[in-house]
Design a protein around this ligand. Structure first.
Ligand SMILES: [Cu+2]
Length: 649
C-alpha cells in the first residue's frame, strides 16, 4: 500500500482558541454537560438525543475582529427517558450558562431523534411480549432469540392516541445462525409497535403470513459468493512528492481553493467558507454547504405504508459515520480528520478517520489538436476530494465533495449496502422486484436535500432560472433553427420553489448583484441538477406533508440562522408542514440579498436482482460551475504533464 496519512493535526484544545466554525471538541462537550448539570437539567434519566455546536450567526463570524471570536455555544436535545419530556436547550460556554430552553409539545413540535439506548431496548421488549411470541409461534418461529428486530421511526398518520406516544414500529427478520444475513429472511406481514418510554409493545399488527425466504444472502460465505475472480493485477497510486493540498487544523487549501472542514452528529460532513483564489484575491462562493436531510419513502401500499426514514432528522446520520480504512476507502496520499460525536449521555466519543481528504487524477482537463497552427496540447484534470461514509441501518451512504482545477464543484453521493427487503408477493408485482427466490426489494426513493448558503462574491446574491429552448419558425426565425436562452429572475421565496425541466436543460444561476465580469455580466455560479423525480407520494399523503422539501428540486430562502433543516428541527413523529414550506411562508424578497439555495436530488430506486445481496454503488448528485465568474478558461495555467511529451507546438 502506498497510501499514507499526511496529517492528523488538530487545533489547539481550549474553548478560547477555537475558530467559531470548528467542530465542538470533547472538552467543550464535557464543559457544556457540566453547565447543564449545574442548571439541574441532567437527572439520572436524562439522555442527549442530539448534542452539537450551535454555530454563531453568519454576520457574527464574518464581522468578527481579530482576537474577538463569537461565543462558543452548544445545542442539546434532552429527553427524560422516564417521562418522555423533551427539551431543546442552548448553553454558552463563554458565559457558562443556559442561554435558552424550550420544552417540546411533542404532538405539535415532533419528537427528538431516536438514540442508541432506544435501538438497543427494542429487541428485548418484543421478545418478552406474549402477543409477539404467539404471533411468531403461529409462523413456526418458536425460538424468539433467533428473531431480530429492525425498529423504524413511526411517522405521523393521525392515528389518535397512539400518536401521543413516543414509539417505533418494528419489523422482524430471522437469524438462524449467528452470521446469517438478516435481510435475506424477512418475517413479513407483522409489526410490533413499541412505546419507547413505557418500554412495552402496545400494538401488534398481524396482517398476513408469507413463507420466510430461505436462500442465504451471506456474501461472506464462500458457498454463497463463489470463488474469487482472478486476473486483477495491482493498481498503485503514488505521489512521490506528497499531496498538493495543505491541512491546517480544519482549514484546507488546494490549488486556489480554500475551505474549513466541519462535522456534526446530525448532518455529518459540513464545509464552511468555500472560496477560490483569483489573481491574488480570495473570492467567496459558499459560506456553508451540507446535506442536512435525506428522506427514504417506500412505495409499497401494504401494511408497511408508514415505512419512511428521515436519516438526518430522525436518526442523526452523522452519528453513524464510519471509521475509514487506509487502502480500502481512499487511495493515495490521504489526510484524515477525526470526528467527536457525543453519546446518549453527552460524553464525547471519537470516530477515528471520519473524514478522508485526498486528490485524484480525473482524466482529461482540456485537449486540442489544431489543424491550422499545428498545436497539439493535453492537460490532465485533478480533483480534491473531501468525503465521509455513514451506515444508517441497511444502507451505506458516501458523501463526496469534489473541487476541480477549472473551478467546478461537485457533490456526489454513493449509495450501497443492503436492500430493505420484504417477502415477494408473487406475480409481476408493481411495487417490488423479486431479488432472490421469494424475496422482494420494494420500490423507494432516496431524496437528499443540499443546503448551500451562497456567497458568490459576497452576500448580495440572486438566482436566475435559465432555460434553453427552440423557437417556432416565424419572421425572426425564418428557417426554424433558432435556439434561445431565457433567464428569469426568481424574485421572492414563494416563486422560487421550482422543479427541473430536462426538456429545457433547466439550470439555476446564482449571481452576484454587485460584481460583473469584463463583459458586464454578473459573476455567477450555476447549479446543474440531475433532474430525477421529486417525491412521488400523493399530495394527500403523510410523507408529502412531512417531507415538503422533497416536493421541489429548488428552494431559495433569505438567510435566517434559525432555518437550518429542510424538514424542520424535530422531524421524528412531526405531523408535517415544518422546514422549507414554513420557511417560505413569509415570501421574503430574495433578489440581491443574503440567500440560501436548497436542492433536492436523488434516485427513485426500483431494485434489480443485481442489487442483491449487497448493492454495487449507485450515484447521484449535482454540479456547480463558474458561469462568467471568470473571464475565460481559468485552467490555461495548468502545466502539461511532466516529461514534456504531451505538448507539442
Ligand atoms: Cu435504494
Amino acid at each position: 500500500m502506498t497510501d499514507t496519512v499526511v496529517s492528523t493535526a488538530a487545533e489547539a484544545p481550549g474553548a478560547g482558541s477555537a475558530h467559531p466554525l470548528s467542530p465542538a471538541t470533547g472538552a467543550e462537550f464535557l464543559a457544556g454537560r457540566q453547565i447543564l448539570a449545574d442548571a439541574g437539567l441532567l437527572g439520572e434519566s436524562a439522555r442527549f438525543a442530539y448534542y452539537g455546536l450551535e454555530e454563531p450567526p453568519k454576520g457574527e463570524v464574518l464581522g468578527a475582529a481579530d482576537g474577538c471570536a463569537p461565543d462558543r455555544r452548544l445545542r442539546a436535545f434532552l429527553i427524560d427517558v422516564a417521562t418522555g419530556r423533551s427539551a431543546d436547550v442552548v448553553v454558552s460556554l463563554g458565559e457558562q450558562r443556559v442561554v435558552s430552553q424550550r420544552v417540546l409539545d411533542t404532538s405539535a413540535d415532533g419528537q427528538v431523534p431516536i438514540f442508541s439506548e432506544e435501538f438497543g431496548l427494542v429487541e428485548e421488549v418484543i421478545r418478552a411480549d406474549p402477543g409477539w411470541r404467539a404471533a411468531m409461534a403461529r409462523r413456526g418461529l418458536t425460538d424468539v432469540s433467533k428473531i431480530r428486530a429492525a425498529p423504524q421511526t413511526a411517522g405521523a398518520f393521525d392515528e389518535g392516541d397512539d400518536e401521543r406516544r413516543r414509539f417505533v414500529r418494528v419489523l422482524a427478520f430471522r437469524q438462524e445462525r449467528e452470521h446469517d444475513y438478516i435481510w435475506a429472511h424477512p418475517v413479513d406481514g407483522i409489526a410490533a409497535y413499541v412505546d419507547l418510554v413505557e418500554r412495552k409493545v402496545f400494538k401488534i399488527v398481524d396482517e398476513f403470513e408469507r413463507p420466510v425466504p430461505e436462500e442465504s444472502g451471506d456474501y461472506d460465505d464462500p458457498a454463497v459468493r463463489g470463488p474469487l475472480r482472478e486476473g486483477l493485477r495491482p493498481i498503485e497510486i503514488t505521489q512521490p512528492d506528497g499531496p498538493s493540498f495543505t491541512l491546517d487544523g480544519h482549514r484546507l487549501s488546494w490549488q486556489g481553493w480554500s475551505m474549513r472542514v466541519g462535522f456534526d452528529a446530525r448532518e455529518g460532513l459540513v464545509l464552511h467558507q468555500i472560496g477560490l483564489d483569483d489573481r491574488g484575491e480570495t473570492r467567496p462562493l459558499i459560506y456553508r454547504a451540507s446535506i442536512p436531510e435525506l428522506v427514504v419513502p417506500y412505495g409499497d401500499p401494504r401494511f408497511r405504508y408508514w415505512q419512511t426514514y428521515f436519516d438526518c432528522g430522525e436518526y442523526l446520520l452523522g452519528k453513524w459515520t464510519n471509521s475509514l480504512e487506509r487502502g480500502c476507502d481512499c487511495l493515495g496520499e490521504i489526510a484524515y480528520l477525526d470526528a467527536t460525536i457525543p453519546d446518549d449521555f453527552g460524553a464525547p466519543q471519537e470516530i477515528r478517520n471520519a473524514v478522508c481528504i485526498h486528490e485524484e487524477d480525473f482524466g482529461i482537463l482540456w485537449k486540442h489538436t489544431d489543424a491550422w497552427n499545428g498545436s497539439a496540447q493535453t492537460r490532465r484534470q485533478r480533483r480534491l476530494v473531501v468525503s465521509s461514509w455513514a451506515t444508517v441501518g441497511n444502507y451505506d451512504y458516501g458523501f463526496y465533495w469534489y473541487f476541480y482545477l477549472d473551478g467546478t464543484i461537485e457533490h456526489e453521493i454513493k449509495m450501497t449496502g443492503a436492500l430493505f427487503t420484504a417477502a415477494y408477493p408473487g406475480g409481476d408485482h408493481p411495487h417490488s422486484a423479486e431479488v432472490a427466490p421469494g424475496l422482494g426489494g420494494p420500490v423507494h426513493q432516496h431524496l437528499f436535500s443540499a443546503r448551500l448558503d451562497m456567497t458568490v462574491d459576497g452576500l448580495a446574491n440572486a438566482v436566475d432560472e435559465v432555460d434553453l429552448h427552440g423557437l417556432p419558425a416565424g419572421p425572426g426565425n425564418p428557417y426554424g433553427n433558432a435556439i434561445a436562452r431565457t433567464a428569469t429572475r426568481l424574485r421572492s421565496e414563494a416563486g422560487a420553489a421550482r422543479r427541473c425541466d430536462a426538456a429545457r436543460a433547466r439550470t439555476w444561476r446564482v449571481v452576484s448583484t454587485e460584481r460583473v465580469n469584463r463583459y458586464g455580466q454578473p459573476a455567477a455560479f450555476t447549479l446543474y441538477p440531475e433532474g430525477a423525480p421529486v417525491l412521488l407520494a400523493d399530495p394527500s399523503s403523510s410523507v408529502h406533508a412531512r417531507a415538503g422539501f422533497a416536493t421541489n428540486h429548488l428552494w431559495v430562502t433569505r438567510y435566517d440562522p434559525a432555518q437550518r433543516y429542510p424538514a424542520g428541527d424535530f422531524v421524528n413523529q412531526h405531523p408535517g408542514g415544518a422546514g422549507l414550506p414554513a420557511y417560505i411562508a413569509a415570501d421574503r424578497d430574495i433578489d440581491g440579498t443574503d440567500i440560501v439555495l436548497w436542492h433536492t436530488f436523488g434516485p427513485t430506486h426500483f431494485p434489480r436482482p443485481e442489487d442483491w445481496p449487497v448493492m454495487p454503488v449507485a450515484r447521484c448528485g449535482f454540479t456547480l460551475k463558474p458561469t462568467g465568474f471568470f473571464d475565460r478558461n481559468p485552467a490555461l495555467d495548468v502545466p502539461p504533464p511532466s516529461g514534456g511529451h504531451c505538448s507539442d507546438g
